[in-house]
Design a protein around this ligand. Structure first.
Ligand SMILES: Cc1cc2nc3c(=O)[nH]c(=O)nc-3n(C[C@H](O)[C@H](O)[C@H](O)COP(=O)(O)O)c2cc1C
Length: 181
């Protein structure tokens, strides 16, 4: 039976690539639900993810039940695996410090240890190399709880050249498939 994939989307420019990731997964028969931070909706409309995933998009932890029938705990039960792509410096740092101030960070915190979580951080090179961010990355990696797809090197949307690019959708898709085995 095809698995349920929960995709968290943060407010990074690479979120346009996540649309293609959703399309790849849906075309392969996976059930996909997308969970966005509020700021992420400034980059890609929830309507795009809703249409590509053929599921409602989850945004608000406190939305009335009739709008969003599933509470955050039910989302963690539904998911077989969770992927956050792109993972911003902001959300990465919140997760590293146990902050649960929106639906995405709360779901990540509430996911049982049996369910794999893949992170695809993407940001400007200076943000990625910032010692606080690197410290938070190291903290998360040391926990051996998360699968990291490190950002690649290349030309970034901001015009800089360096580390920070989100892996291509195919690479994330392949990592999801191998992680589910
Ligand atoms: C045009 C633009 C592009 C951005 N790209 C990134 C990015 O790639 N990675 C990142 O960590 N932050 C990026 N930011 C900053 C985040 O949007 C900001 O830190 C935001 O608060 C993150 O919110 P979230 O983690 O709740 O999604 C960008 C901001 C703007 C205006």
């Amino acid at each position: 039976m095809k698995k349920n994939i929960l995709i968290g989307v943060c407010a990074g420019i690479a979120s346009y690539k996540t649309c293609e990731l959703v399309r790849l997964l849906v075309n392969d028969g996976f059930s996909v639900k997308v969970l966005m931070t509020e700021s992420a909706t400034k980059f890609v409309s929830p309507l795009v993810f809703q249409t590509l995933s053929t599921n409602m998009v989850y945004l608000d932890m406190f939305a009335p039940a009739k709008e969003e029938g599933i509470k955050h705990i039910e989302l963690t039960e539904w998911a077989d695996i969770c992927v956050v792509a792109p993972l911003t410096a902001n959300t990465l740092s919140k997760i590293a410090n146990g902050i649960c101030d929106n639906l995405l960070t709360t779901v990540i915190c509430a996911l049982p240890a049996t369910k794999k979580i893949i992170f695809a951080p993407a940001m400007n090179t200076n943000m990625w190399n910032n010692l606080i961010i690197q410290d938070n990355v190291a903290k998360l990696k040391n926990l051996k709880r998360y699968i990291f797809l490190n950002p690649g090197r290349g030309l970034l949307a901001c015009g800089d050249y360096g580390e920070g690019r989100m892996p291509e959708p195919e690479e994330i898709y392949n990592k999801i498939k191998t992680s589910l085995k």
